[in-house]
Structure formats: structure tokens, C-alpha cells
Ligand binder design. Structure first.
Ligand SMILES: Nc1ncnc2c1ncn2[C@@H]1O[C@H](COP(=O)(O)OP(=O)(O)O)[C@@H](O)[C@H]1O
Ligand SMILES: [Mg+2]
Length: 234
């Protein structure tokens, strides 16, 4: 892999949580490198540390050991402000629960990352309307999250994660609360957007039927990532 095509490079990531006087090791030396536009799935049993891994890779939580580079820029060792800046520039995040702001319309929710990056409301909303149109939600822009279906909410959440043209979108069980059809539609949307925009996706998923759409599938076992061979996913 050419250095310039690597969007995320994590080496020797260790993460422990204090538990009373003891500490439990959740990540025990994770190495992970993602190329531009690559789609990588992470699977693993509940409690294996998948969410913790995404959080540290996004700079939302500290590591105990290891290095993380985002588009070549150091994340793990950076200040909170520098991490926030890196995240706003390069990353988008999709959660299992949509995490949309309930008082904001779909349009305002999608526009928010652009507003935080300093764009005017007019431009931010123009771009957001265009993306919502493109993903089939043009007629829903003024709806509040509570007025949307679960599948629609997750599509808005994906739009919000992509609106600022990040290089990497991380998603933590984004289809976990959806019915089979909505889940398949959401996955298809993420694939389409990654192919058309070159954005890399790092997706934690429990759904084996999704795995064939990824370039690589990794499993988190005993605090380390292992490759799953393509034959294992059916
Ligand atoms: N903030 C925290 N404080 C203490 N323990 C935590 C914290 N977050 C996660 N853990 C523990 O770390 C382990 C991994 O959790 P998590 O990353 O949420 O796993 P997964 O997403 O794979 O289900 C669990 O044992 C969990 O209880
Ligand atoms: Mg989790």
C-alpha cells in the first residue's frame, strides 16, 4: 500500500478500563491499517471491545498504549482540540441509535457538521439538501427525527456522517435496530457512497448477511484483530 493511500493507521493499540482496584484489558495490541475507499467490517462477540476500538480510533477516548495516524496526522498523542479538529476534517460516525438531534430537522442535522466546520447556513443547507435528495429523502428534509422511520433516520445519520466529505466513516452496528429490508438498504447505500466518493468505511456489524459487501472482515478476539477468510462468511 502506498503511504498516501492509507487513511487510518493504528499500531499496538492497548486499552484498559479500571474496575475497582483491578483493570481489565479490552484491547491488547491492535494493529489496523485502512486504505482510501476500503470497506472493512469488524465482528466479534458482545463485550469483545468493538465499540471501545472505534472510540479510540475516532479519538473519542484515550489509548493506554499505541499510535494512531489519521491521513498521516497523529491522533492518539494529540490534544483534545487537535483530535476534534482531525475528526471534523477526516471522519464521520454512525451509531446504532441514530444520535440525531431531536429538535432539529433532517436538513439541520445533516448540515450541522458543515456549520461546525465554518460554512454559512445557506451553503450548508444547500449541500445537505442535495445529499438528502440523492439518497431519496428529498421529501423529508423538514421532518424531525421523531417523524421518520428507523430506516430513514439511519439514512439521515449516514448523510450527516458523509456531508463534510470525510475520508473515513466509522459505524458501530448501524443496522442493529433495523428490520432486514431497511438494514439491506442502508448497507447498499453505504456501499454506493463509498464507491462513488472514495470514502473508507469501518463498520462493526453483527449481521453475517452483510459481510460479503466488505473488502475485508476482521474479528476481535482476546483484544486482538484477526482476519476472517472470505470463505467463513457464507
Ligand atoms: N467506559 C468504560 N468503563 C469501564 N469498562 C468499560 C467501559 N467501556 C467498555 N467497558 C468494558 O469493556 C469491554 C468491551 O466493551 P465494548 O467495547 O462496548 O464491547 P463491544 O462493543 O464489542 O460489545 C466490556 O467488558 C465493557 O464492560
Ligand atoms: Mg458495542
Amino acid at each position: 500500500m502506498n503511504e498516501s493511500t492509507i487513511i487510518l493507521n493504528a499500531k499496538g493499540i492497548e486499552k484498559r478500563f479500571a474496575q475497582g482496584d483491578a483493570s481489565i484489558e479490552v484491547l491488547g495490541g491492535v494493529d489496523l491499517s485502512l486504505a482510501a475507499g476500503e470497506r472493512v467490517a469488524i465482528v466479534g462477540r458482545s463485550g469483545s471491545g468493538k465499540s471501545s476500538l472505534l472510540h479510540v480510533l475516532a479519538g473519542l477516548d484515550d489509548v493506554n498504549q499505541g499510535q494512531i495516524f489519521v491521513a498521516g496526522e497523529p491522533m492518539a498523542a494529540a490534544s483534545n482540540d487537535a483530535r476534534t479538529a482531525l475528526r471534523r476534517k477526516y471522519m464521520g460516525f454512525v451509531y446504532q441509535q441514530h444520535h440525531l438531534l431531536p429538535e432539529f430537522s433532517a436538513l439541520e442535522n445533516v448540515a450541522l457538521p458543515l456549520r461546525l466546520n465554518g460554512l454559512s447556513q445557506t451553503i450548508a443547507e444547500q449541500q445537505s439538501r442535495k445529499l438528502l435528495d440523492r439518497i431519496g429523502l428529498g421529501a423529508r428534509v423538514q421532518h424531525l427525527p421523531g417523524e421518520l422511520s428507523g430506516g430513514e433516520r439511519q439514512r439521515v445519520a449516514v448523510a450527516r456522517a458523509l456531508i463534510h466529505q470525510p475520508k473515513l466513516v466509522m459505524a458501530d452496528e448501524p443496522t442493529g435496530n433495523l428490520d432486514t429490508t431497511s438494514a439491506a438498504e442502508l448497507m447498499a447505500l453505504m456501499v454506493e457512497l463509498s464507491e462513488s466518493s472514495g470514502v473508507a468505511f469501518l463498520v462493526v456489524t453483527h449481521d453475517p448477511s452483510m459481510l460479503h459487501q466488505f473488502d475485508r472482515v476482521l474479528t476481535l478476539v482476546d483484544g486482538k484483530l484477526q482476519a476472517v477468510s472470505a470463505d467463513d462468511d457464507g
